[in-house]
Design a protein. Structure first.
Length: 247
């Protein structure tokens, strides 16, 4: 009881000294890592209708099961992609705050939106696997944002979580600023499931988790590695995706 009381007092003091602010605009909010009304309205959540494969939103409802021209012309190696929001101004700032600003307290908020967006994929998955960082980049950043998102989703949904199943064996450069073909070449052969980890993947339905989907080069390369290791199916869940037709 004394420890609980001390904890409540400590929390109250911390809130007085460091009042919670909106991660989008830094205005005061009622609880940590909640969005203010203005920022909430600035997020574009992805809702139906959308492409059943790539999850890209349609302007009009064309019927359940309809595919985008991109999915028909260039089918991805993964089964389905779902993302919570479009990668626009505020969503980009949230991703940047998590990835480069060490705002790991954003993870439960972002993971909750992802869990809602990927409900059908999560229900069918056997194991969650995050897109890994190369060990050199992991040392610099100190944590993998995709792994943190996947860990929270797996914990809340009681799913198997295999953060070490997939390894990034090639020290790729940043994808930012690269054209689509350059992105594909950059991550070609970048991922591998090591023999000791094949049991995490073989014969299982894998849900691959990443923070942002742009051209799909990274998750496509990772999907191929998972399928070579025997995954029966691979779907992809991201926090944000760029609008269709952009790089």
């Amino acid at each position: 009881m004394l420890r609980e009381g001390a904890g409540r007092i400590g929390g109250s003091i911390a809130r007085l000294l460091f009042p919670p602010v909106c991660p989008g605009c830094q205005t005061a909010v009622g609880q940590a890592d909640a969005l203010c009304p203005a920022c909430w309205s600035g997020l574009r959540f992805i809702e139906r209708p959308y492409c059943e494969v790539l999850g890209s939103p349609f302007a009009y409802d064309l019927g359940r099961g309809f595919l985008s021209a991109e999915a028909i012309a260039n089918p991805p190696p993964f089964g389905r992609l779902r993302a919570a929001v479009l990668y626009e101004d505020l969503a980009a700032r949230l991703v940047s705050a998590l990835k480069y600003g060490d705002r790991t307290s954003l993870v439960p908020l972002m993971a909750g939106w992802m869990s809602r967006a990927g409900e059908e994929l999560i229900a069918e998955a056997d194991v969650l696997v995050p897109v890994p960082l190369h060990h050199r980049r992991l040392l610099r950043r100190r944590f993998n944002q995709s792994a943190e998102l996947a860990r929270v989703i797996a914990g809340t949904r009681r799913l198997a979580y295999a953060p070490l199943a997939l390894a990034r064996v090639k020290p790729t450069r940043s994808q930012v600023g690269l054209r689509a073909e350059e992105r594909r070449e950059n991550v070609r052969g970048a991922f591998r499931v090591k023999e000791a980890r094949r049991g995490d993947i073989e014969g299982r339905r894998v849900l691959l988790v990443d923070d942002v989907f742009t051209t799909g080069a990274t998750v496509s390369s990772a999907t191929r590695a998972l399928k070579r290791a025997g995954a029966s199916r691979v779907d992809v869940l991201a926090f944000a995706r760029v609008a269709a037709g952009t790089e």
